[in-house]
Design a protein around this ligand. Structure first.
Ligand code: EPZ
Length: 422
């Protein structure tokens, strides 16, 4: 397994282009199954998760054409079978969301239950309750969800028990081909949901309210093809902003979307960063200063995103002062703490608590570390950037799932980082 070798102590400085959003590209790939015509998706990041999704669609018989710019043209009408196998779904949970589109378009689907992952059990009860409310006949067998519907799904009134990004996306996609109106309440409001809705609307879907907590979908008979450019990756953007802030450096991020990161930019300003933004760029300058520690609570969008919690924790480790970081979205998303403490951080986490107390220290000490989820892994890279000496981050296949060419992008900012092939 590849590792990253990082030698800390450099203030990052430079310019980067942000890639397309992983969590938007993945869901838009599943939505192509709703159409009888080719759907072309542009600005797709070159990531392991995307490759897995392409492999999944391919194993169902869906033909795809990928051009030199990695634009993916999906011909879903070539689909041969309606089963998503455990081997692929277990490695990438978003695969589960092929269920609704196949059900809505072809009336049948068999998809492996995704199972839990390092950050929590991640149930899909809200997805299944919504599809059942729309008339799907669903049962479990051998770890698979087996679903069918006679004729079309029916529009329904759906009130989510929790704000779920995947649940909102799953039901919104499925409702586009249902008979009648679907009203969804207590929806998640993430930008990736709005991007998916924009793509579905360009395919001929009738959707209103995306980005608010109430979405209304009037079903149509069929969806056409389209060409859609995926939004910038707000988590990659936030990750690089936090990494530069932690090192006291300066960066200009291009092809970014500042309005998707309001909560993050406010926290970085509180940490002492000078931030300026344009329509598609963000500039951050720490003027060589150490960041001030910032306290935060993760919550559904537009609040501070859980996907940037581990990264800001790494910044707080060497910040001036102390702070609290509270994780409210996932049950087990503090695994990076033990690894950071092995590097000399002072983070306390009471048993069964959702709040960590971080006391900033002068410097961390490089060490061999590893993590089991992609955002925790990248937070250890940030810790390595602000540590004295060498840090080796193991199991970086987690990072390759969510960050395109991470070492090249960090090297562009002057970081002393290299990939060690195992
Ligand atoms: C999406 O996961 C993202 N993944 C995650 O990013 C992100 O952390 C998460 O949203 C929250 O923002 C993709 O978009 C592919 P949820 P998702 O359903 O949809 C509970 C990354 O690093 N819940 O919003 O799976 C669930 O247990 C990944 O890129 C139910 O109880 O997240 C969790 O506590 C990690 N029942 C909360 O809701 C359900 O049926 C939020 O989960 C569904 C969810």
């Amino acid at each position: 397994m590849d590792k990253l070798l990082i030698t800390g102590g450099t203030k990052l400085d430079g310019e980067l282009r942000i890639s397309g959003a992983k969590n938007s590209a993945l869901i838009i790939l599943t939505s192509s199954l709703l159409s009888n015509e080719p759907v072309t998706i542009c600005n797709v990041p070159h990531l392991h998760d995307i490759t897995t999704m392409i492999e999944l669609l391919g194993c169902m018989g869906v033909e795809m054409v990928i051009d030199e710019k990695r634009n993916i043209e999906v011909h879903a009408n070539t689909i041969k079978q309606f089963t998503a196998p455990y081997e692929l779904v277990k490695t990438m949970r978003a695969s589960f969301l092929v269920l609704g589109p196949m059900l809505a378009h072809y009336g049948q689907a068999e998809v492996s239950l995704p199972g839990g992952c390092a950050i929590g059990p991640r149930p899909v009860d809200q997805h299944l309750q919504g599809l059942t409310a729309m008339g799907a006949d669903i049962y479990m067998e051998d770890g698979y969800v087996k679903a069918s519907v006679k004729g079309r799904l029916k529009g329904a009134h759906i009130l989510f028990d929790v704000k779920t990004v995947g649940g909102t996306e799953h039901i919104m996609m499925s409702a586009t081909l249902a008979e009648g109106r679907t009203v969804m309440e207590n929806c998640a409001r993430e930008p990736e949901i709005v991007d998916l809705a924009d793509c579905l609307i360009s395919m001929g879907a009738d959707i209103e309210g995306q980005g608010t907590d109430t979405i209304v979908v009037n079903g149509v008979e069929e969806l056409k093809g389209c060409r859609h450019r995926v939004i910038p990756d707000r988590v990659e953007t936030g990750t690089f902003l936090i990494a530069v802030a932690a090192t006291g450096g300066h960066v200009k991020l291009k092809d970014a979307q500042p309005d998707h990161l309001e909560a993050v930019l406010l926290k970085l300003a509180d940490a002492g960063a000078e931030i300026s933004c344009g329509k598609d760029w963000i500039e951050l300058d720490m003027k060589g200063r150490k960041p001030k520690a910032v306290s935060l609570v993760t919550s559904p969008y537009p609040a501070f995103p859980t996907d940037l919690q581990a990264q800001i924790m790494a910044m707080n480790c060497i910040a001036e002062g102390s702070a609290t970081v509270t994780e409210t979205v996932f049950e087990n998303r503090f695994m990076h703490i033990h690894e950071m403490n092995r590097m000399g951080a002072r983070i306390k986490l009471e048993a069964n608590s959702t709040t960590a107390y971080v006391e900033g220290v002068e410097l961390l000490k490089g060490a061999p570390v590893m993590a089991n989820d992609l955002r925790a892994s990248v937070s250890l890279v940030i810790a390595g950037l602000v540590a004295e000496g060498n840090t080796i981050v193991d199991r970086i296949y987690h990072i390759d799932r969510g960050y395109e060419q991470i070492e090249e992008k960090l090297q562009l900012l002057g970081a002393n980082v290299k990939r060690i092939a195992a």
